[in-house]
Write a new protein. Sequence first.
Length: 595
Amino acid sequence: MAVEGCPGVARGRYRPLGLQLARLARRAGTSSGWWGLVVWLISRSVMACVFINLGVSLRDDVVYYFTSVQGSSLGPTGAVLAEYPVPIVWFIQSLAWIAGPSADVFVFVFAATMGIIDAGCCWCLWRCSRRAFALWLAFTVALGPLVWFRIDLVPAVCVLVALAICARRPALSGAAIALGAATKLWPALLIVPLLGATSSARRRVLGFGGCGLIIGLSVLTSQGFARSISPLAWQSARGLQIESIWATVPMMMRLFDTQDTWAVRVSGFHSYEISGPQIARWLQISSLATIVLLVLVVILGWLTAFGGMGLPGHRLTTARSDARAAVRHDALLFGVFSTIACVIVANKAFSPQYMLWLAGPVVMLVVTPPSPSRRPAAGRLIAVSLLCAGLTQLEFPLNYNALVADRPGTMVTIVLVARNLLVVGLTVYSSAVALRAAWAVGHDSDPDAGRGPLSGLSWPQLSGTGALGGERSTPLVAVPRVVMPRVAAPRLSAPLVNTPLVNTPDVSRSLITARTAIGQFITMLCLDSYALRRSLLPRRRSTTPHVSSPGLIPDVLTPPSSTPHGVTTSALDHLRATLAGLPPCRPARHPLETP
């Protein structure tokens, strides 16, 4: 029975609040596991119904995969699926070997393989974060059954894994980026925002370089140089696809065209392309946008990895400091998001499955949220991304026949134009947020780099990190923040007359140092008192995982020695050592005398 006024006391023993909350969360997670499975089954059943009734044309690309690899072996592939990197061709050949000579069986095996990857990703996200699990479900449902019938799910999951483990397993994170680049080329650009001068960043680069070197050498020795670069040649030679950003204006003009000036035909690149006046100019603009993309990636990498060395107020040592961990985390998240969005915009093709590329960074905005000042921006990016995914499914596969007809449908064209405009706005906004976050990494006057009593402490217990090096989202116990008030100079009714002050700089320095020392003393006193109280409690065996976070107290602390008066020795020693180093300052007379 609980003691009145003490809800944490029962049966004569004290139960810490953090332990009670963790136990309740564990029980809730165990009991709600079935609800997650039910929600997943419902969402996937809806996607399957959409495929059966309205999206049978989704299997056309999978059948193209099958017919392309028929009769080929795992040796030299030649011109088989030249638009794709060789490792993904090997993967498709393996599935074709399992399926046998039937195209229908191959479609089933391919969709089942993608479904298993999707289910594994959902399971991992469920164990990591319920919000991330819900967001992945919402994003894939908005995009529709397309995720099961395109190979783009593989690089999207590789990017998600790389972002999730980039702080805990940096070498594996870099290897995941290299593996994603082996299936599609675009993930290779994401290693630039992941660069840095820290040891974790160097291990990411080593993992990326090592895995990429192994894959590249195996492809080069078995297929030759021409086949190794064939995806780049394929992309550079193709025309303007009807769903691309740069085909938005021609598609709008085609809607009001009465003289068949614009034509939409299936090209030799296995996609619908638009032809007509000024198409060559739009292709040139797309090439210029690709150059802008590369420049933006270089700028983001320079600001994030090297702190913008060479710019006024930017230093590499500032970028590498622990105080900028949260800013580096924000720059990494938004940098990856903006890079992928820029790749989509600059491309001459915008196939519907390209929207799946944004799933990884969108989910990571929930798994490891940015700093509070940038969370509204993250919310806007998530909302607009979900809206773009929903509009993409409305355009393909639900109304694609009306879009490619000789007389295009008005509604589907408006949906396409709205989706493209939203993607452009998403790209511009995410790039601006990413540049602001990257600019603050190495800048000396960053307002987000904490300045307070806790910033001067060097306790290793206060350096917990999340998946990307930021704060954890589920702390057990919080410590009240102690902030000393500003010491303002008194206002005098009249100027000082004949009251010279000796050692004026030393006086100001002493006031600032004393204020900081007192603030740190009070903070350390609170921390030590909490640790002492925890040490006096009866020890209980608990299966609660250890969670720590910057500015938060870990579940178990080693108690410092205490004095008979209850004041901890470590806090007193810290205060004495700080005050002992103050310079002497003795004014000649009282500085506040007024005439």
